[in-house]
Design a protein around this ligand. Sequence first.
Ligand code: FMN
Length: 213
Amino acid sequence: MPEIHHSIASVMRERSSVRKYKKGLRIPEHILEEIMSLAGAAPSGWNLQHWKFIVIQEEERKQRLLPIAYNQEQIVDCSAVVAVLGDWEANNNAEKVCDAAVQAGYMTPQARDKLVHQIHHTYATDDSIDAKDGVINPSLAAMQLMLAAASLGISSCPIGGFNHEELRRELQFPDRYKPVMLITLGYAEKTAHQTIRFPIEDIVDYEVFGGKA
Ligand SMILES: Cc1cc2nc3c(=O)[nH]c(=O)nc-3n(C[C@H](O)[C@H](O)[C@H](O)COP(=O)(O)O)c2cc1C
C-alpha cells in the first residue's frame, strides 16, 4: 500500500492543474491502483456508483486521443489519461449493490427490496435523474481521483474540452455511459500556472442567499 504523505487540507490547497508533464514515464501499477481505488471510494446517490474509468497508457492510443481532445499536448505528454464516464442507467446497479449489502450484513432483505423498488421507480418516473446523477456522481469521484493522485505525488489536470462521440468510438464504450471528463495524470515538468479564487465572502452566504455572517 503506497504511503499517503500529505494531509488532506494541504493536498487541497496545493493541487493545481498541471499541463506540462515529463514524457515517457509510467506511474507504478500499485500507485495507479491506489488512486483508482480511492476514486471509487467516493460517495454516490443510493451508493449506485455511477462511474466507470478507462485508463489509457498506450502511446498509440494517446496519440489518437490528441485530436479528440483538440490537440491539447498534455494528453500525449502525461503518463496516463483517465476517461471518467457517467452511468446513465445506474438503476441497473441496484440489485448488485443492495444484494452485496445484504450479504455483508449492512442491510436487511426487507430494506433491500424497498430500496431496489424505490430506485427503479425513480428512474422510471423522473426524466432527468439519469443525466443529473450520471454527471454529479462521477464528478465527485473525479475530484477524489485528483486529490488521491496529488496525495501520492502524481499531478493531474481535468479536461472538459474533447469530442464526446469521437471519444466513444476510440474507447468503444456503450450508449449507457456518457463521458464526463478526461483526467491527465503524470509527473510535472513545469508547475501549474497560478490561478485565483474568489474571496470567501464572495462565495459564502449565511442562512439565506445574500445573508451576512
Ligand atoms: C470540468 C473542467 C473542465 C476543464 N477543462 C480543461 C481543459 O479542457 N483543458 C485544460 O487545460 N484545463 C481544463 N480545466 C482546468 C481548469 O482550467 C482549472 O481547473 C482552473 O483554471 C483552476 O486552476 P487549478 O485547477 O490549477 O486550480 C478544466 C477544469 C474543470 C473542472
